[in-house]
Design a binder for this molecule. Structure first.
Ligand SMILES: Cc1cc2nc3c(=O)[nH]c(=O)nc-3n(C[C@H](O)[C@H](O)[C@H](O)COP(=O)(O)OP(=O)(O)OC[C@H]3O[C@@H](n4cnc5c(N)ncnc54)[C@H](O)[C@@H]3O)c2cc1C
Length: 331
């Protein structure tokens, strides 16, 4: 009797690996059908590449940065648009109504970016992770943060998946598993951890070939805080043209629903710059000295643009070893 109850309950349980937008949305969609979902994420909180970073200045002042995706857009006639309208009505997102442009490092001039069609730029409120946070806490979804999944095994006799954490703890048995991060099957996992990837894709050769073909771009993000607003810079977000170092710059504190007690900017490196650094340091987490050098080099590039950018009161670099799938992103 006890066995049949537990088998029945496993049949109604799905594990989702990753609480970024794809994992969180998947978990929420499954939970709405009445199936219970457990989300696992090795990070301390939800959001993945749409997360928000909390930092403190030397004198204890809190600083919040969207150091991953700065905003998103959606086309009006898509299924995603319906979701976006719902999130906006719930106050999870808002339109970032600022002027955006591009800066050319050769001519040292700005050009305003024309808004394509009626696409708006949306941001999570109060941080980019707001959508994932809400989806991961809706009824039917249980979320476990700070839990890296180290093994995903198919148990033929029991007809279930068994999950084991990176530190060897049994995470339970599930009828289905959704993996939202390429890391779970990629050799990159082995380069970083020295262990085999959690899911053995030799069990599904077609899928293995497709996943291995996905080529990704890395990026460094540098978070800066200034004592005064840089109000003379004409755009709150701009792409950088003809720079080998900088790709994107935005004023994070200009977004709706953010604290305005400090002036916060985020810089993104080019993929080329990040690849050069990674070629020297490898895929393991860089040392503090490397992060400091990266923060200085990106800041120096910004300061060389002739925009009168003063010394910040806070600067820190973060590495995204996987920013986007190559060639998919155009701002
Ligand atoms: C700097 C930057 C700028 C970007 N700019 C844009 C943009 O302008 N426009 C745009 O459309 N997109 C942009 N992107 C890309 C966009 O952020 C991503 O495509 C999107 O957020 C990916 O969501 P995801 O859920 O697929 O993956 P992720 O957000 O990466 O989520 C995967 C999650 O899985 C977790 N995970 C991985 N392995 C394990 C494990 N073994 N156990 C447990 N958890 C695990 C990770 O911790 C992570 O939280 C940008 C990304 C970055 C980093």
């Amino acid at each position: 009797m006890e066995t049949s109850v537990s088998v029945a309950s496993i049949a109604r349980k799905i594990a989702v690996l990753g609480s970024g937008i794809s994992g969180a949305l998947c978990a929420s969609t499954i939970a709405k059908t009445g199936i219970s979902v457990t989300v696992f994420d090795s990070a301390r909180g939800p959001g993945g590449r749409m997360s928000q970073r909390r930092e403190t200045t030397g004198d204890g002042k809190e600083l919040l940065f969207d150091h991953g995706a700065p905003f998103f857009s959606v086309s009006n006639c898509s299924e995603a648009f319906r979701l976006v309208c719902e999130w906006e009505s719930r106050g999870l997102i808002a339109e970032w109504k600022e002027k955006f442009g591009s800066f050319d490092c050769i001519t040292k001039t700005f050009t305003e970016t024309e808004q394509e069609g009626s696409n708006k730029r949306y941001v999570g409120v109060p941080g980019m992770n707001s959508i994932c946070r809400a989806l991961c806490h809706q009824p039917g979804v249980e979320s476990k943060f700070g839990v890296g999944v180290g093994r995903v095994d198919w148990l033929e006799e029991e007809n279930t998946w068994r999950l084991t954490s990176s530190d060897g703890q049994n995470l339970g048995h599930f009828a289905g598993v959704v993996a939202s991060d390429k890391n779970i099957v990629s050799s990159r996992f082995t380069s970083v951890t020295g262990r085999p990837p959690p899911l053995d894709l030799n069990l599904a050769p077609d899928l293995r070939n497709k996943v291995q073909d996905i080529s990704v771009s890395p990026c460094f993000a540098v978070m800066l805080a200034f004592p005064q607003p840089l109000s003379w810079i004409p755009f709150k977000g701009f792409t950088v043209r003809n720079s080998k170092v900088l790709n994107w710059v935005h004023c994070d504190s200009s977004k709706p629903g953010r604290p305005t007690t400090s002036e916060r900017w985020v810089l993104h490196s080019t993929a080329e710059y990040a690849e050069t650094v990674i070629a020297k340091t490898g895929l393991k987490k860089p040392s503090d000295a490397v992060f400091t050098k990266v923060a200085e080099e990106l800041l120096e590039e910004l300061q060389n643009m002739g925009l009168n950018v003063p010394q910040p009161l806070f600067k820190k670099a973060h590495r995204w070893s996987f920013k986007t799938v190559k060639m998919l992103i155009q701002r």
